[in-house]
Ligand binder design. Sequence first.
Ligand code: GLC
Length: 740
Amino acid sequence: MVALAGIADRSLAAPSPSARVESLLARMTVAEKIGQLTLYPDDVRPTPRPINPDINAQAEARERAAFQRSEIAAGRVGALLGGTGVALGRELQRLALSSRLGIPLMFGADIVHGLRTIFPIPLGLAASFDPSLAESTARAAAEEMTAVGVHWTYAPMIDVARDQRWGRVAEGSGEDPWLTAQFAAAYVRGFQGDDLRSATAVASCPKHFAGYSAAIGGMDYNSTDITPRELRQTYLPPFKAAFDAGALTVMAGFNDIDGVPASGNRELMTDILRGELGFAGFVVSDAGSVEELLPHGFASDPADAAAIGFDAGVDMNMGGGLYKTHLPGHLASGRVSMERLDAAVRAVLMVKERLGLFDDPFRSLDLERERTGIRTPAGLQLAEEAARRSVVLLKNESNVLPLKPGARVALIGPLGDDPAHMDGCWAPWAKVGEAVTLAAALRERLGERLTIAKGSEINAPIEGGIAAAVAAATQADVVVLAIGEGQDMSGEAKSRTEITVPAPQQALAEAIAALGKPVVAVLNCGRALALEGAVRDADAILVAWFLGSRGGPALADILIGTAAPSGRLPVSFPHRSGQQPFYYNHRSTGRPQQPGERPFFKARYLDAPNAALYPFGHGLGYSRIAYDPPVMDAAELRRGGSVTVSAVVRNTGARPVDEVAQLYIQDVTASITRPVRELKDIQRITLAPGEARSVRFAITEADLAFVSADLVRRAEAGLFRVWIAGSSAEGEPASFTLLA
Ligand code: GLC
C-alpha cells in the first residue's frame, strides 16, 4: 500500500537531461521550441465522439487538417490529442521527422477506462477496493491504446470528490484521499508499465491539479475556496502518490483556488508541484485552461494569459496555439525568459526521450497490432472480472438475492437493455452495441423465464409504458428494476442539483412496488444517488455504476448467484441531495449528534440525519459477516515504533464471502479539529462458510500524521481510536496513546 508520505518529503529524483536533449535544445529556434509546447486537438484524426467538441472551436482559425500537417512538417507541433489510427499516425510522424530537427510527435488521448474494451468507470472500479485491479485494467488499456498509436493518456483522474452533485465524481476514485491515492499510484503503474520504452507503455497524466473537485455547490468549473492546509491534507496526497509512482506528466485544472486560477497559479504549479511534491515531468494545461484566465478575470487579454500561465509553470498549451501566438513577443520583450522556455521544452523532450520516441518514433504505430490488439479475449475477460468486482450490494432483504432457481423474472426499466448507456461518461472510442447488456445476458441465462419491459425512458415517460411494465411484472415472480442515470448525466459539465433517480423512472418504480412482488433495484449511476420511495425501499439494491463492455454478464451472474457481489462504496450514499457535500471523514463539530441522543440543537438538518443512508465502505456479500471488537497489542506507541491492532472476522453464513476489512483511525484531540474517522488501510480476505480469521494491521507514526496549521505534516502525541470494520459507520473502537 502507498503510505501517504509527508507532503514535504521529496519524490523520486528527476532524471538528468541527456546529451541528446541538451544538444537539440541548443539547436532549436524559438519557433521550434514553442512548437514543442503546442498540443492541438488532432484534426487529421478527430476523436469519434469528443467529450467537448467546442475545444476545437477554442483553437485559432485554421484550415484544420491541412494547417496541422504544415505546422507538423515545420516542426511547430509537439503533440496531438484525441486522434488514433496507425496509418495516419505514421504519416503524421513521418511529417514530424521530416522537419529540420526531426523531433517526433507525442499522440495523446483521453483513455480513462478503456479504448474499445471498456472497463467500469473509475468510480465503479474504486468500489472493488482493489488497486491492483486498477493496475491491471490500466495495463490492458495501455496495450489497447498503444495498438492504435497512442503514447500518452490524460488519466488517471484523481480529484478527491466529496460532492456528488459534481458530475466528474464518475471519473475518480471517490471521497477518500487514502483510497484515491492507492488507485492513483496503481493507475500510473498500470499505464506506464515496467519499461517506458516498451511499445505498450503510455505516459500517464494525473489530473486535475489541483482541487478541481472542491467546486462550490458541486457545479463543474466553479470556484473553490480551499485553504492551504486542506489542499495539502485532502487534495494533494493522491498527486503525491502518482508522482512517487513515476507519473511523467500532470494536467493543470480549470478551477481557481481562493481566487487564483490553477492554470495561472505559480505557487501551486511551481512551488508546490515541483518544490513540495517533487514532480519532475511536464505540465499540460487542460483544454483552454490558460485561455480561460480571461473569463476568470485574471488576465486582461490572450497575450497576458499566455504569459501568466507559462510563467506559473504550465509548460504545454492544450488548445489552439495560444503560446505559439504570444510567447515570441514575450520572449522579445523579456516578460518571459529564455531560461523558462528552455526548462519547459527540456521537460517535454525528456518525456519523449524516456518513452523511447527518439530511438523508435514509430513505436506503438504498428499496423499488425492495430489488427490484433483491440478487444482481445484476455482484455474482455478482465473487463468482466472488473465489472463483477465493482458491483456493490447495498441491501438484500429476506435474501431475495441471488434469484431463486426457476423463478420467472421481469426486467423492467430503461437501463436494462440499452447498449448506449453501458460505457459511462469517458468512452469516446467505445462502439455502441459492443457492450453486452443485462437483458442480453439474462436472456442467455434465463431463456423463457425472462420478460422485458422498458416502462419509461431515462428522463421521460412512455405512453402506456408503466401499464406494459406492470403487466409484465404481474406475470413474474420477481422484478429486476434496471434504472438510474443515463451515461450523459455524469462526467464533465454534468453537475446535478438533485442527485435522484429521474422522476419518470421513480414513477415506474412506485407502480411496480405497488404489486407487492420482490423487487431488486439495479442502479446505473456515475455518482452516489439520493434514493427515494420505492427505489430506496426495494427489497434489494445493487449499484452497477457503468460497468462497460462486459457489464451485462457480470451483473447477470451476480443476480442468479453464480458470482457474489464484493464491492464497497467509494462514496457515501446520502439520504437527501441537500446533504451535499457529504463525506464520512468529516470533522466532529462542537455539537455532534451521538447515537441515541435527542436530535435538537445538534449538527444536523431538520429534515434529514447527518449521516449516510449507505456509508462509505459499505457493501454486502451473499453471506453474513461479523467482526469481533479490535484488540491492540500495546496501549502506547513510541515514536519510531509500531503497534498492531487485530480483529477476528467471521463468516457466519452459508456461502463463501470476499470481505474488505477496513482500518480506520481517529485522532481524538489535536492542535486542529480532525475527522471522526480516516481510512488508513484495507485487507481483502476470502472466508469459507463458518470460517473465522484474524486480520492484523500495523500502525506507525506515519499513519497518524496530518498537515498542521503550519503546513507541516506531523503526528501529535495523544489518544487515538482504532476500528477494524466493514464500513466507515460500523464497529467498536479500541484505543492507544502516541507518546510525546
Ligand atoms: C477536458 C477535461 C480533461 C480532458 C481534456 C482533453 O475538458 O477537463 O479532463 O483530458 O479536456 O479532452
